[in-house]
Ligand binder design. Structure first.
Ligand code: UT7
Length: 333
């Protein structure tokens, strides 16, 4: 088996900053409520005429990750693209990233695992690299939430949470046996699929039926927030524990924990449970909101750029979200 590691990281966020104050002009909400319940201060939403999409933002992040890895685009052997806000119903956005990057006809795989999408993507990339099938796999998470949110008081519980943006990582074969991705673990529990969902349009109810029944709002995200919260804190903790145990490590070994940025209160709960200090966790939901598949690369890249992750550090990533799906990645940086 080969060793795999993250060799490059890159992010892209739209310039347009939307503060909690801005939201309070669109719906009955307040900076106080949003910060107290979620930690979010602002998020990025594309300007509607910007032309940005999940795949175009993903491609911009990918360009940076490839440059950061110090490789050429033609060295990418496979694209993995995670999003819950695709440009098209089909085809998936992976092929659009391939086109935008001008890559050769490499494979493009789409991941539909929402907030856990990047963890699933890293796991798939890790398998391809470890088995020797590919040398460089591009993993991209891109999200365009702002066009699909109910920005009225009716949709406020969900609308205040989500932000647009993208992040990417290159997962590469490595000669260094002592560093790289140590383990990945993936989980799902479909009995809660409807607890966090956009149900329609889909093949259970296509556009004409949705349009005929617009009051049902099934085209906006629905979330049973408290149920999701309760499961999130349990599954985050399990995922971390499982990753540590698989590598004969304990919580004392964690140098940096990068949680999916769902809610600062969830991250803080997990931080406390594992006895992690402020220097052992990185959150940036305050600036970007929840960017689902993009949130982990956005936080990981920032932590690296701030010098909070150093060579040899044990980095633990965990995510939980719609599906329900959850998982972890444990890496020696
Ligand atoms: O990344 C995917 C995974 N997602 C998550 O992990 C999210 C998990 N869930 C959560 O983070 C929280 O459930 C939320 C932040 C979404 C909501 O917080 P909460 O403490 O569960 O609030 P709630 O939904 O129970 O609502 C409490 C009150 C309600 O008013 P009443 O009934 O007490 O009068 C809501 O109508 O807050 C009201 N409310 C708001 N008020 C101002 C709901 N949303 C808002 C809002 N602004 N945006």
């Amino acid at each position: 088996m080969y060793t795999s590691k993250i060799s490059g990281l890159g992010v892209y966020v739209p310039d347009n900053v939307v503060t909690n104050e801005d939201l309070s002009k669109m719906m009955d909400t307040s900076d106080e409520w949003i910060q107290e319940r979620t930690g979010i201060k602002e998020r990025r939403w594309i300007k509607p005429d910007s032309g940005d999409t999940a795949s175009s933002m993903g491609a911009k992040a990918a360009e940076k990750a490839i440059a950061n890895a110090g490789i050429d685009k033609k060295d990418i052997d496979l694209i993995i693209f995670a999003t819950l806000s695709p440009d098209y119903y089909f085809p998936g956005g992976g092929v659009l990233v391939q086109k935008l990057l001008g890559l050769d006809t490499v494979g493009a795989l789409d991941i539909r695992n929402q907030c856990t999408g990047f963890v699933y993507g890293l796991s798939v990339a890790d398998q391809f690299v470890k088995t020797g099938m590919y040398k460089n796999v591009l993993v991209v998470g891109g999200e365009l939430h702002s066009k699909g949110l109910d920005k009225t008081t009716r949709g406020r519980t969900v609308a205040v949470l989500f932000g647009d943006g993208a992040g990417a990582a290159v997962v590469s074969r490595s000669d260094d046996q002592n560093r790289g991705i140590l383990s990945t673990h993936l989980h799902s529990q479909g009995e809660y699929a409807e607890a966090l969902t956009v149900k329609h349009p889909s093949m259970t109810k296509w556009v004409p039926e949705v349009v005929a029944d617009l009051d049902n709002l099934t085209y906006y995200p629905f979330m049973d927030g408290q149920l999701v919260f309760k499961h999130a804190i349990v599954r985050f903790s399990e995922a971390i524990q499982e990753g540590l145990q698989a590598n004969n490590l304990t919580r004392e070994d964690i140098d940096m924990f990068i949680p999916h940025q769902a809610n600062l209160r969830i991250s803080q709960y997990v931080q406390k449970k594992f006895g992690l200090s402020e220097n052992q966790i990185h959150n940036n939901i305050q600036k970007y909101g929840n960017t689902t598949a993009a949130s982990i690369p956005l936080a990981l890249t920032e932590a690296v750029e701030l010098g909070k992750i150093k060579k040899g550090d044990l980095v633990v990533i965990a995510a939980f979200g719609s599906g329900f799906t959850w998982g972890s990645v444990v890496m020696r940086w």
